[in-house]
Design a protein around this ligand. Structure first.
Ligand code: FAD
Length: 361
């Protein structure tokens, strides 16, 4: 969408040459490639930590197809990228989803995150992968209606739940950690999990079992079936046990921790050409249909695209040159090698000390 540039929209916004949406491996490497060309980036991610799929979906798994690293753990790769981009001092804005992008009349961009951080950017690079990670929902009728009031997918403030009746869903670390945390502090805690195996740390499961034995908490093997209550009245949740029986659990709050899954989300609303949940780009600049907006990594699409980290790294290198040209159209951007370029070495903070003056004798 194109709007008239108004001071009201731009005032108070962070002025940025470039904003990267997504701090997965490709967004992180984008910081590096921009940094080599002297461009400092702001980088936004809805997750509270960088790393995208690598950190969120498979941190412990080994990756074997990163050039020159015969094997590298997924989280290790993220840690190495963070180390590599340190010299470029990118500003991270984590735990906030980029929800709005408006193209202004002068072809700059106004962006807003879910926590109301606003950017006035000259270029945008979308490295949103499969989308922003969202909590998996309870998935029963009317549960949306009570979200944030009685049904929660994260704990913003533990105090809100003290002395309340709680039903906690899930079998991973979050579900177990909060069960242990609220036992004795909440009026009652019922943990509901769909099967007898847990993904959570065995020590947490053992503690939960102890609490169950002493009657401090209740544990049920079941899934959510319905929300209890009429209209806007919330009474609790009905579950269906593995034996097929329905049981009403009267409660003040439901906390559901089913993990996160990526969703394209607001990016789909920004006027970009999207084909099968991916943004169409050219393969010279990785630019989208909107000049000044680029897309790299899993989120983009072009003939022959392969969703590999390696591909995203290549795309980030070319997109950085395109961003530099967009920011400074009159300037030629020469290709330089990090091995030999004094300016790049200075930016990297590895500039060799100046050679001592040559003696004349
Ligand atoms: P992602 O890693 O998906 O990161 C995108 C980030 O953008 C996310 O953190 C997301 O929260 C954020 N985001 C999206 N939208 C928004 C928004 N609106 N606002 C704020 N933030 C947003 N690839 C390989 O090359 N080799 C392998 O061996 C390999 N193994 C894999 C194993 C598994 C189990 C999986 C699931 C994937 C594997 N991959 C592998 C694929 C690889 O992980 C992806 O290609 C890579 O993560 C893509 O990186 P990315 O930065 O483009 O996106």
């Amino acid at each position: 969408m194109t709007e008239t540039l108004t001071r009201a929209g731009v005032d108070g916004a962070i002025q940025a040459d470039t904003v990267i949406v997504g701090a997965g491996p490709c967004g992180l490497f984008q910081v590096f490639e921009l940094g080599l060309l002297g461009i400092r980036a702001h980088i936004v991610d809805s997750l509270p930590h960088p790393g995208g799929q690598c950190s969120e979906l498979y941190p412990e798994k080994p990756i074997y197809d990163i050039p020159a690293l015969p094997v590298c753990g997924a989280q290790e790769l993220v840690d190495r990228l963070l180390e590599q981009i340190k010299p470029f001092n990118a500003q991270f804005h984590l735990g906030q989803e980029m929800v709005e992008l408006t193209v202004l009349e002068d072809h700059t961009f106004l962006l807003r995150t879910s926590t109301d951080t606003r950017f006035h950017a000259r270029t945008v690079i979308i490295a949103g992968g499969l989308g922003s990670f969202q909590p998996r929902r309870l998935g029963v009728e009317r549960s949306d209606q009570f979200e944030g009031r009685h049904i929660h997918y994260k704990v913003k403030s533990a105090a809100e739940f003290t002395n309340k009746r709680l039903v906690i869903f899930g079998g991973g670390d979050s579900a177990l950690d909060w069960t242990l945390e609220f036992a004795g502090k909440a009026r009652s805690v019922t943990l509901v999990h769909r099967r007898s195996e847990f993904r959570a740390a065995p020590a947490s499961v053992a503690k939960m079992r102890d609490l169950e034995t002493t009657g401090s908490i209740r544990y049920i093997e079941a899934i959510a079936h319905a929300v209890l209550g009429e209209g806007d009245d919330f009474r609790g949740v009905q579950v269906k046990t593995t034996g097929g029986e329905l049981e009403d659990l009267e409660t003040d709050h439901v906390l559901a921790f089913f993990g996160l899954h990526p969703k394209l989300g607001p990016i789909a609303e920004w006027g970009l050409h999207i084909d099968k949940r991916a943004i169409a780009v050219d393969t010279e600049k990785f630019q989208t249909n909107i000049p000044g907006i680029f897309a790299v990594g899993d989120i983009n699409s072009y003939p022959g695209k392969k969703k590999l980290i390696l591909s995203g790294f290549h795309e980030a290198a070319l997109a950085a040159f395109a961003v530099a040209a967009h920011l400074n159209p009159a300037k030629k951007i020469p290709l330089q090698y990090t091995t030999t370029s004094p300016i790049m070495q200075k930016r990297l903070g590895v500039a060799p000390p100046p050679a001592p003056p040559m003696g004349d004798g």
